[in-house]
Design a binder for this molecule. Structure first.
Ligand SMILES: Cc1cc2nc3c(=O)[nH]c(=O)nc-3n(C[C@H](O)[C@H](O)[C@H](O)COP(=O)(O)O)c2cc1C
Length: 287
């Protein structure tokens, strides 16, 4: 029995292989637009926490890469925004609504690019109780509460942890700008790999909705596979932690730059001039 969603996703990613279309190929551009802002790479930092998020944002900003950050107080958010990075603040589904509203207001009033909520962290992995995260009580928000947060934010809102056409449609219906497909490091056991859901989700929601994929991105080749199958952007989390600890912002910059290089190498080899023109047909699955 394998309930480990991280391993299931890794095995799936490794089963995907790429077809070369090098003859006469054009040099690629990895530019992407998120929330109306143009970035030089679709490889974004994941919503991490309890690490040096200022260093992380500095490294990403140097490459003109988008940043998402996880739980933390408003002082931390202000310091991250002070780096000049374009930041999506992911807010926990706190039971105390004021905790949510304070963070939304701080992000909106101080120039964050977007806010979001990792809704799935409201419940435990192994029973149906609401969870406690770092001593704080969570509560699964109702659809009406989520709609209220989206309206209050007045800046683009993302649901993190949506994983199906069902979830993505609901996010679109309440006015979200997009979703982050994520099983949050395996909190959802036996999870279908986020990358495996992209085809169905794109078919259901169309091309215009922002669908970011999170989880297990270790290289630009992984990112390429997700982008080819329909992701708008990908996020990178654990892969950044050691370089950040050891080298600070430089470590983050180097990982994101190298991953973007690998992505562009694969775009060139598949004759993909830009992110919107990667043909999903270049991805094959090993039997
Ligand atoms: C140290 C650490 C802290 C995290 N904190 C948060 C958080 O506060 N909010 C959140 O939505 N996700 C959080 N995550 C989950 C990541 O955003 C991401 O979903 C997960 O790590 C999978 O991506 P990865 O395989 O690229 O790391 C955290 C992950 C790690 C490793």
């Amino acid at each position: 029995m394998n309930e480990d969603s991280i391993k299931i996703a890794r095995d799936y990613m490794d089963s995907l292989v790429v077809e070369s279309r090098i003859v006469g190929a054009a040099r690629p551009s990895s530019k992407v637009t998120l929330c109306g802002i143009e970035f030089d790479t679709p490889i974004m930092t994941a919503a991490l926490s309890h690490i040096d998020l200022v260093g992380m944002a500095q490294g990403a900003a140097r490459l003109n890469a988008p940043v998402s950050i996880g739980m933390g107080d408003n002082d931390e958010l202000m310091r991250v925004l002070g780096t000049g990075a374009h930041v999506m603040k992911i807010i926990k589904p706190y039971k105390d609504k004021d905790e949510i509203l304070k963070r939304i207001e701080c992000a909106r009033d101080n120039g964050a690019m977007a806010v979001g909520m990792d809704v799935e962290h409201a419940v435990n992995a192994d029973d149906d109780e609401d969870s406690i995260v770092v001593g704080k009580a969570m509560k699964l928000p109702t659809l009406e509460e989520l709609r209220e947060y989206v309206e209050l934010a007045k800046i683009p809102f993302f649901i993190k942890g949506a994983m199906s056409p069902h979830d993505v449609r609901r996010a679109a219906e309440i006015g979200c700008e997009g979703v982050i497909l994520s099983h949050h490091n395996g909190l959802m056991r036996c999870s279908v790999p986020p990358v495996m859901m992209l085809g169905e989700i794109r078919e259901d929601i169309g091309d215009d909705f922002t669908v970011i994929v999170d989880g297990g991105m270790e290289s630009g080749y992984d990112a390429f596979k997700a982008l080819a199958l329909g992701a708008s952007l990908v996020t990178v989390g654990k892969r950044l932690i050691e370089p950040l600890k050891n080298e600070g912002a430089d470590g983050v910059y180097n990982v994101l730059r190298n991953m973007t290089g690998e992505l562009r190498a694969m775009m060139l080899r598949t004759d993909s001039a830009d992110l919107g023109s990667i043909d999903p047909g270049v991805i094959h699955r090993l039997k």
